[in-house]
Design a protein around this ligand. Sequence first.
Ligand code: ATP
Ligand code: MG
Length: 651
Amino acid sequence: MSDTLEGLLQEGRTFPPPAEFRKTALDTDASVYDEAERDWQGFWATQALELDWTKEWDTILEWELPFAKWFVGGKLNVSYNCLDRHVDAGHGDQIAFHWEGEPGDSRALSYRDLLEETCRVANTLRSFGVEKGDRVAIYMGMVPETVAAILACARIGAPHSVVFGGFSAQSLKDRINDAQAKVLITGDGAWRRGAVVALKDIADEALADTPSIERVLVLQRTKNDVAMQAGRDVWWHDTVPGQAPECACCEMDSEDLLFLLYTSGTTGKPKGIMHTTGGYLTQCAYTHKHVFDLHPDTDVYWCTADVGWVTGHSYIVYGPLANRTTSVLYEGTPDFPDKDRFWSIVEKYKVTTFYTAPTAIRTFMKWGDEYPARHDLSSIRLMGTVGEPINPEAWVWYYKTIGGERCPVVDTWWQTETGAIMISALPGATKLKPGSATFPLPGIGAGIVDDAGKPVGLPGGGYLVLERPWPSMLRGIWGDPQRYRDTYWSRFDGKYFAGDGAKRDEEGYFWLLGRVDDIMLVSGHNISTTEVESALVDHPAVAEAAVVGKVDDTTGQAIAAFVILRSGVEPRDELVDELRNHVAELIGPIAKPKSILFTEELPKTRSGKIMRRLLRDVAQDQALGDTTTLADPAVVDGIKSRYFAAAPTED
Ligand code: ATP
Ligand code: MG
């Protein structure tokens, strides 16, 4: 796989840390990497000491490949670390969340408010008979009560399984049954683009076939009519407010299960990923503080992810709260009531630190610069991205249009399985290159190997692997240890196989190339989807692109491209040739798409990732694979009909 991955798209632009930023940055040079490298276990132990432990660990790491235990013998409670210790230290009045409802209502919750609400929910769960180790499913929208529900579970040692509020009844049912959850916490509905998502109705459909659920706690938010089953369902407002606002924390072992979270299902059936307590919180807190250069007294931090994804778990809830962050929490979509909603929120709360996904950035690019231009974004000092490779042109657009050419952009590579960020710049220390996630964080061992598992030198490309255990690593797949071994630990001996392709340049910078399953083989050359897509997005007419390899008699695979144009650009035939030539110029004739289809939408998962496997099915005119994790099934049908209507271009 390494032959052509090297020397494809060249990105030469560099952005050193701005002088202003460096003045106050937590990390300003590379010495932290050397220090961590000298003793990586000791490095993580030092980070773990930033948390409050009721009993310190006996052993930093026990590693019986592929099973790791971190901070063995240590005891702590995550909810205590996220709430009580800040209140006890005199920060009870500090805002934990500025919450912005989609219809325009808002609330500010202090650390004391959040602690008290968490205790009331924890007491409610205890009154339902929830005990340490019982699983609690959470199916809610983006409201502060969701955070309290999560922390309440952590407080009493009941592992939570948060299911994204956009998932169907079937997905919810499967996840509840897989986890054998005892209680479900949900709401009547959630606001989304001005309409109500009827959470309770959907939950009721799932609950018809979830025998493990004994009680359902229902938050009233949207005030739509819902059915309440006597003896099982209780309203939040009838139960929670009457509970005591204090609740003793359950002392948890470092390796006790904190939560289950199912992966987003971009490549196949979701897996119930297991995360435990001490190591997870250690790496969440460390990465959140250092990657986002967090200054808790002055920063206003906003991660736009949904709390139902791992990004929401680690970088809305656990990392930020462990670090006593003031955050923004927003309920709705970026285009309600208009396409400037995010920027009006940035202006309103004077957001300093903004973390979003490439899919959102490319959407903002498509909508045009007029929306951010309506608002004062000068409070922003640092920006981040996560979820997919970011195309260099989208990075530069973000840097200029949102960041005003002042703010470093940290591109953070990680997965549900890794629990926390693994590859990212340290913004005060790292010279940035648009499209590169830069380097593994201090303490992390990442590398690139070829088909045979042999390390690939610089420059070079191949499979991304993790070479040593890390504190927030998954501890397994719920109920399926064999799948855990097979998926992650069997491809390369002794190494964690991430499933992503990557290359390193002469300076050792990591460039993520997309899923290994998506890599195309054209006339015997491996070509990365990310690089061809980035070449397309590099053209001023293009906002977003997805490419796939389709079976071809002469070349083995031929590249089929699906392209979304920027707002105001009309699709026309000449543009097809222009784009193909543009790719040929940037990468080489071999990477020229054979066909280009202009489209308004691309099939994406509910977390916004492009599902190339479905586009491949479309391009090859075959039955669509599993579509249950698709955000909008109509999109792929729409593309399908247009794909066959448009005559593919030939050489
Ligand atoms: P499934 O594993 O069920 O197919 P998924 O991999 O989409 O779903 P996540 O754990 O949410 O579920 O996504 C992790 C993946 O997202 C990574 O393996 C990688 O492919 C991609 N990714 C995340 N951040 C980045 C980034 N900064 N650069 C490149 N790719 C990224
Ligand atoms: Mg994955």
